[in-house]
Every structure is written in structure tokens, then in C-alpha cells.
Design a protein around this ligand. Structure first.
Ligand SMILES: Cc1cc2nc3c(=O)[nH]c(=O)nc-3n(C[C@H](O)[C@H](O)[C@H](O)COP(=O)(O)OP(=O)(O)OC[C@H]3O[C@@H](n4cnc5c(N)ncnc54)[C@H](O)[C@@H]3O)c2cc1C
Length: 338
């Protein structure tokens, strides 16, 4: 039996009953219906899942449909409809090559287009929700194709209607609306502005912005590379917790805090982890806190899913003990508890 570790960026995960590779919309729907009552796990690039060593007792459907439809209008920009299985960063590169602007700060995020709306991927000051106009899905409950407008996707920080209804919707394709242009949006992320040699709020070319983002990501082990074990991860393991103003006030002034419109405060998970006694390079078996970024748990070479889960538990428990805040996993846990 094929081990799922072959298909995950953590390079862990035991076997599945069956693994099906589907490359058209008709194949996706047929595979779901054929699965009947068996448990189904939808996978794109496997870059945001931690699958148990015992594997998945059901059918894994790996999606690789990469159709592209585009309409370009000098006034409204480009409307691009992309198959769920297209590689995200290939898509970003293509938009830049064609002279479109908007997605450049999301360069280098691994995975597929279909997974992007699931957790509303984001980086360097932008989220994919800003560019999505429509998500077409197959609703496994209703056994019908269902299209969501942007508002119906209920996008919030690393969350969406799809993520909060796990297993129900399979994304078939995603429609994006982006600008035609050579300049980026104003760069608000201070570290990126510094890298570009501009002031926060200023713009750079889309191409320069992509190059700077890719360099920053590589320096943090956040760009997938077979040679960089720090990137044998799922990116950030935990989300930044959102706490009440009262809770935020109990944290030291040095803790990065971002006030939200609803009165709550987003706090840096990386800062909480680092300041509660977990450090870059800490290990449990073959699992290691990335040597470059404390929020990424990684496989130093021969980790098991159990090692990674244990390391995650330790980091989370320490944050709870020292700051009283419970970190939530950003990674999708399949048969694993932390
Ligand atoms: C080195 C590294 C850096 C990363 N950096 C970032 C970052 O900066 N920002 C960020 O937001 N994320 C980041 N991530 C996380 C990851 O890249 C994203 O979450 C990405 O969108 C996952 O895509 P995927 O195709 O690999 O999804 P998978 O891991 O295959 O699946 C993730 C989840 O989505 C579901 N899913 C996948 N495809 C579909 C579909 N078509 N329909 C319905 N459900 C589906 C799966 O069932 C699973 O629950 C990083 C990961 C790594 C390894």
C-alpha cells in the first residue's frame, strides 16, 4: 500500500485504503460518488495536513485539475477561473508574466488553488479573500454543484465557510478578479518594505515584490525545498490567537498585538511560543522546531506524525502555562490529536 507520506510536505503519514488521482471535474465528482459511505480525504498538495502514522482508513482523492479560463477587460481587469488542482505559485507566476497585479505578496505559498480559499491563505499583508469573486464547489451533502460568492465564503483570518464545514464542500474551481498593472498595492508589511528598500505604504513593481517575498520566505524556511529540512513542514503550525482586550493587556508590552475591528486583539503565536520556553531547533524524536522560524514544526529527516504531534503539544502546553492562551492548530489534523 502507498504511504501518504509520499504526498505530504511533512513527509509523514501512513497508508490509505485507496488513493485516487483525479484530473477533471467529472473525475472528481465520480470519485466522490464512488466512495459512497467510506470516509473521504480530499488532498491537493498535502502542504497543510498532518496525517497519522497509522494512515487514513478511507479513500484519499488527490485533485490535480488545472483548467484555466480568462477574460480580460481594460476597465475591470482580469477575471481568471482556475481549476482547483492548479499549483498555487505557478498560477501567481503566470498572473505576473501576463501583466496582472495583486497576488505578488502571496508568492511562494505551496499547495493548490483549490485549497487557497479553505483557510484563506495569506502572507505579507494580504489574504487571498481580497481577490476571490467566486468559488465553485461540489456539495457532498446535497450531491450538487454549488457556487459561493465572496460574501458567502465567510472569509476570516485563516478560516472560511468551507473550513468550518469540514468534508462537506469540494472546491472545483476558483474565480479571481485582479488588476492589470506593473506596480504592487501599497506595501504595508514592514519587513517586506524594508527588504524592498521602500517606506511602508509605498509601492514597488510586482516583479520586485515577488522576488523579495521569495527571498524572505526562503530565509525563513517557508519556501518548499527538498534540501531545506526546515521546509519539510506545513508552514505555520498554529494560528495567531485572537483574544479579548483584557487578555491582551496581561501580556508584556513587547508582545506584538494587532487590534481588530471587533474590539478583540490578534497576538503573535511565534512570540508566545518563543517567550514561553520553546526555541528554534528544539526536538522530539525526528520532529524539530524549524531552525529559522519558531512557528513552523518540521521533519528533520526521520520524524513520525507522533513526534510532530508531541512537539506541538509541548509548545502549546508551555504557552498555556506561561500566558494562559490556548493555541489552535492551523494545520489540518488527520487522525492526530494534539
Ligand atoms: C513551507 C510552507 C509554507 C507555508 N506558508 C503559508 C503561508 O504563508 N500562508 C498560508 O496561508 N499558508 C501557508 N502554508 C500552508 C499551505 O501552503 C496552505 O494552506 C495551502 O493552501 C495548502 O494547499 P494544499 O493544496 O497543499 O492543501 P492540502 O494540504 O492538500 O489540504 C489542506 C486542507 O484543504 C482541504 N482541501 C484541499 N484541496 C481541497 C479542495 N479542492 N476542496 C476542498 N478541500 C480541499 C484538505 O482536505 C485539507 O483539509 C505553508 C505551508 C508550507 C509547507
Amino acid at each position: 500500500m502507498t504511504e501518504l507520506s509520499k504526498y505530504t510536505s511533512f513527509r509523514v503519514g501512513g497508508p490509505a485504503q485507496k488513493i485516487v488521482q483525479v484530473s477533471t471535474e467529472a473525475e472528481i465528482i465520480a470519485a466522490i460518488e464512488e466512495a459512497g459511505d467510506s470516509p473521504v480525504l480530499i488532498m491537493g498538495g498535502g502542504t497543510n495536513v498532518l496525517i497519522a502514522d497509522k494512515g487514513f482508513d478511507g479513500i484519499v482523492i488527490r485533485i490535480s485539475n488545472n483548467s484555466v479560463q480568462s477574460e480580460v477587460d481594460a476597465c475591470s481587469g482580469a477575471t481568471l477561473t482556475i481549476g482547483a488542482g492548479e499549483d498555487w505559485d505557478t498560477f501567481v507566476q503566470t498572473t505576473i508574466d501576463r501583466g496582472y497585479a495583486g497576488l505578488e505578496t502571496l508568492s511562494g505559498i505551496p499547495g493548490t488553488v483549490g485549497a487557497a480559499p479553505i483557510q484563506n491563505i495569506g502572507a505579507y499583508g494580504h489574504e487571498v479573500a481580497e481577490f476571490i469573486t467566486r468559488v465553485r464547489t461540489y456539495d457532498r451533502q446535497e450531491k450538487a454543484v454549488k457556487t459561493f460568492t465572496n460574501a458567502q465564503c465567510e472569509f476570516t483570518y485563516r478560516n472560511s465557510h468551507f473550513k468550518s464545514h469540514p468534508g462537506r464542500y469540494v472546491v472545483l474551481d476558483v474565480q479571481f478578479q485582479i488588476r492589470i498593472g506593473e506596480m504592487s498595492d501599497p506595501i504595508t508589511y514592514v519587513e517586506l518594505a524594508k527588504k524592498l528598500g521602500i517606506d511602508p505604504g509605498d509601492k514597488a513593481t510586482v516583479k520586485e515584490t515577488r522576488a523579495a517575498v521569495l527571498e524572505l520566505r526562503a530565509s525563513k524556511g517557508m519556501l518548499l525545498s527538498p534540501d531545506d529540512h526546515d521546509s519539510w513542514s506545513a508552514g505555520s503550525f498554529f494560528t495567531n490567537p485572537i483574544v479579548t482586550q483584557q487578555q491582551a493587556d496581561t501580556l508584556p508590552n513587547a508582545a506584538p498585538k494587532w487590534p481588530l475591528n471587533d474590539g478583540r486583539v490578534k497576538v503573535s503565536a511565534a512570540w508566545l511560543i518563543e517567550n514561553s520556553g520553546t526555541h528554534k531547533g528544539d526536538e522530539v524524536g525526528g520532529a524539530r522546531i524549524s531552525t529559522k522560524h519558531v512557528l513552523a514544526l518540521s521533519n528533520s529527516g526521520n520524524a513520525t506524525a507522533a513526534d510532530i504531534a508531541e512537539l506541538a503539544k509541548r509548545a502549546r502546553n508551555q504557552v498555556k502555562e506561561v500566558f494562559g492562551i490556548t493555541l489552535e492548530a492551523e494545520v489540518n489534523l488527520v487522525g492526530v490529536e494534539i
